[in-house]
Design a protein around this ligand. Structure first.
Ligand code: UN1
Length: 507
């Protein structure tokens, strides 16, 4: 562990705020925060959190840097992001291992998370030469109309524990290409990942003589988070987290008419039709429900299966779950690590108690694994007679609910009958069923897949969802537009002043 931490410049005690290569701030007023290894419950290292004074210093740096960064040509900004992608390639293994160590996801998923950072950097480099605006024809002679996209300002990035580095990179790579500066507040369970990323960013920033573009503030929600939400110098807040916190973020930022990108809870379902390839769907469910110990926003939580194949699928899932190896996420051959903290274990078993009262029957799992460590649990499948109130809630744990359906309409009604709308899937070999699922009256989620599970999205499309998921889009496609301000321009190159709508005024 020491060698890994040394490679990433993690000290026993780390400053929690940074504005650039020479900008680490060890705040004398800052309260300590200890980071724990969820596999053992042991402390890894400590961080001195940022206080209100440090917040001000960092925001001033970010605002000052924006004044010049916005004038750097976008392709040159892209060159900085390209170097970030290069250093992430170089450090993929240690950074991915730190993600496993601090958050608890298995090593291949930790490496995958860093791969996702690399991918979005590549995307943003290309984007830096493609910040296109439209041109259109004016109704007035001798006039030209077009729109252009200008940098927005400081982006506040508030990330969750489950993707401690990738979700920052979705925002950071795009924001940097768009000419914004940014302030990152990571989740308190995973500060070391953020500190390691900041060290890598600093190397790149140093090579480009940049300060104040990529800023870090490790601190509490009440001191740092609230300040960001209320700060008019931060025109955009990108928030990933729970629905209840997201509602507070939305209300607070809306009150000052700021913008938000919200990526809140998911309650992702897979419809399995009677003609589905069951071998395929079993693998997809296993990855979707057990991967990251069920702690992705995109984790598969609900299976809506045609009653004619429900027994067969249940047997296949039981066999697959029996083979899940549980243990230290850094060990080879392990498929599931611990939950992030003991509270998550408590929440999982509270949810299981409630579903049992609601008529749920445990098919497999349902126990803690205290011999392995305080945060280990069995991945659990529960057969539900119907979609009860507990099933409608997102529990951030490896619980999978199985429900049966008769008609496709019924399946889609069950699927859409939850308040969240992030990711969804249908496994089918029937073209008509798949088109129905993807139609306007099909899945109401932001992401809808056919014969692909709910989790593990690539970066190329917009990532986010509808209803209580918050409506935000991050990552690929045209998500970049939220990070810029649109300006509509009309140019008159004639010597007359014709008015739009044919209005005659004083001539
Ligand atoms: C999240 O859980 O917040 O689609 C992000 C996925 C990953 C990202 C998940 N690419 O599962």
């Amino acid at each position: 562990m020491k060698a890994l931490l040394d490679k990433l410049k993690i000290e026993p005690v780390n400053p929690g705020a940074c504005t650039g290569p020479d900008g680490w701030i060890s705040d004398p007023e800052g309260k300590p925060l200890v980071s724990y290894n969820p596999a053992t419950g042991e402390p890894i290292a400590s961080i001195t959190q940022a206080s209100a004074t440090t917040y001000e210093a960092v925001l001033r740096q970010a605002a000052g840097a924006f004044r010049t960064w916005q004038t750097v040509p976008a392709p040159q900004r892209g060159a900085v992001v390209r170097d970030l992608g290069t250093i992430l390639r170089e450090y993929q293994a240690p950074l991915g291992e730190l993600v496993s160590l601090e958050m608890g996801k298995i090593r291949p998923e930790g490496l995958g998370e860093v791969q996702e950072m690399i991918d979005i950097c590549d995307f943003a480099v290309g984007l830096s030469r493609q910040l296109y605006g439209v041109t259109t024809h004016s109704e007035r002679p001798g006039h030209r109309m077009y729109e252009q996209w200008h940098p927005l300002g400081i982006v506040g990035i508030i990330t969750a524990f489950n993707f401690p580095t990738a979700v920052w990179s979705w925002n950071a790579a795009i924001a940097a290409a768009c000419g914004d500066t940014m302030v990152w507040k990571p989740a308190s369970a995973v500060p070391l990942c953020a500190i390691a990323v900041q060290h890598l960013v600093n190397q790149v920033a140093g090579d480009h003589h940049l300060n104040g573009v990529f800023n870090l503030l490790v601190g509490s929600g009440s001191v740092i988070g609230e300040r960001m939400l209320n700060d008019t110098r931060v025109p955009l807040i990108s928030f990933t987290g729970s629905v209840s916190m997201g509602r507070h973020v939305a209300e607070t930022v809306a009150r000052r008419l700021g913008r938000t990108i919200l990526e809140l809870g998911g309650n992702n379902g897979i419809i399995v039709t009677e003609d589905a390839d069951l071998a395929l769907v079993t693998r997809a469910i296993l990855f979707g429900a057990v991967g990251t110990a069920g702690q992705r926003c995109t984790s598969t939580r609900r299976i809506i299966v045609h009653k004619s194949i429900a027994a067969d699928l249940t047997e296949r899932l039981k066999r697959a779950y029996a083979q899940v190896t549980i243990g230290n996420p850094l060990d080879d051959g392990i498929l599931m690590g611990p939950l992030v903290e003991e509270q998550a274990v408590t929440d999982m078993f509270a949810a299981l108690e409630r579903v049992k009262q609601e008529g749920g029957e445990i098919v497999t799992g349902g126990s803690r694994l205290p011999d392995k460590g305080p945060c280990f649990v069995e991945p659990t499948i529960v057969k539900m007679p119907r979609q009860t109130s507990m099933v409608c809630e997102e529990t951030f744990a490896p619980i999978l609910y199985l429900m049966e359906y008769g008609t496709l309409d019924e399946a889609i009604a069950i699927h859409n009958g939850v308040p969240q709308g992030l990711s969804s899937a249908m496994f089918t070999t029937n073209l008509l069923s798949s088109e129905r699922f993807l139609s306007a009256t099909g899945s109401d989620a932001g992401m809808a897949n056919i014969n692909v599970g709910t989790s593990g999205a690539e970066i190329g499309l917009g990532f986010g969802g509808e209803k209580e998921t918050g409506g935000g889009r991050e990552s690929g496609s045209d998500a970049w537009k939220v990070y810029m301000r649109r300006q509509s321009n009309v140019i008159n190159w004639s010597r007359d002043l014709p008015l739009a709508q044919g209005i005659k005024f004083g001539d």
